[in-house]
Design a protein around this ligand. Structure first.
Ligand code: NDP
Length: 254
């Protein structure tokens, strides 16, 4: 019997995957058999991450590129398709946080955040989908957040970007679904990474996360693996335009 979660030989590009959630997602896809391509701006960090995954027996390539640079994205997609193989799975994971109360939030910082969290996923998805359409198949997974649905003080631009990303998923589903492409959002709750380091170290905030989450704790990045493999594989062949929260129940309760 074939395993619908098997990704053997499929090329998967994960943006922002030199550390944190992106690296964990890449590891999970690689464990399921995918040939993973790691991306980030720092080539050194990518080499360290790739060595780690190769040490676990995974097949890994790296492409250093800034996903907010459309020309660099086009070059990256071209070179992967030419040298690694057709991209079957794209995970738009690169993202940033910026915390300041709204009355003081400078608009130029809002624009910088939007470029990475919302415009870049569009640009990378567009470049990848142009190739996927001709092949009649492909999986695009956008990494959202509980802030794709819920607001929180001091992070208005992040919330707007992740809410926008949720609807970017649905819009892409409308345009690309007829071409055999599935586009979904994977929305993590609170996970300990460099992005959330300050919050993890803040006892009051950590206590709030524990009390607000039915699971009673922060998530561990490896707990996102099952969901990304599901969304990247044939197991989700009729799942399109959806948001899958992996948040210990946070968005299910008030
Ligand atoms: P990290 O800050 O730990 O990692 C970010 C990664 O993105 C790094 O590999 C970084 O490498 C890369 N990156 C940053 N800017 C760019 C760029 N312009 N081009 C290419 N790569 C870039 O973040 P997390 O792992 O915590 O978060 C990953 C995603 O998950 C984000 O979209 C975030 O919003 C989302 N998320 C995180 C949650 C959490 O609790 N941590 C919760 C919900 C969602 P480099 O700096 O070398 O480019």
């Amino acid at each position: 019997m074939t395993n619908p979660f098997d990704l053997t030989g499929r090329v998967a590009l994960i943006t922002g995957s030199s550390r944190g959630i992106g690296l964990a997602l890449a590891g999970a896809l690689g464990e399921a058999g995918a040939h993973v391509v790691l991306n980030a701006r720092s080539a050194d960090a990518l080499d360290v991450a790739a060595d780690r995954l190769r040490g676990e027996g995974l097949t890994v390539d790296v492409r250093a590129a800034d996903v907010t640079d459309a020309d660099a994205v086009e070059g990256m997609i071209d070179s992967i398709e030419a040298d690694v193989g057709p991209i079957e799975i794209l995970v738009n994971n690169a993202g940033m946080q910026d915390r300041t109360p709204v009355l003081d939030f400078p608009v130029d910082r809002f624009r910088t955040l939007l470029e990475l969290n919302l415009v870049a996923p569009f640009v990378v998805a567009q470049a990848a989908a142009r190739r996927m359409v001709g092949r009649g198949r492909g999986k695009i997974i956008n990494i959202g957040s509980v802030q794709s649905e819920l607001g929180r003080p001091t992070i208005v631009p992040y919330t707007a970007s992740k809410g926008g990303l949720n609807l970017l998923t649905r819009g892409l589903c409308a345009d690309l679904g007829p071409h055999g492409i599935q586009v979904n959002t994977l929305a993590p709750g609170y996970f300990a990474t460099e992005l959330t380091e300050e919050l993890v170290d803040d006892d009051e905030f950590s206590a709030w996360v524990a009390s607000r989450t039915p699971a009673g704790r922060w998530g561990r990045v490896e707990e996102l693996g099952g969901a990304v493999v599901f969304l990247a594989s044939d197991a989700s062949s009729f799942v399109n335009g959806q948001t899958l929260f992996v948040d210990g129940g946070m968005t299910a309760v008030v």
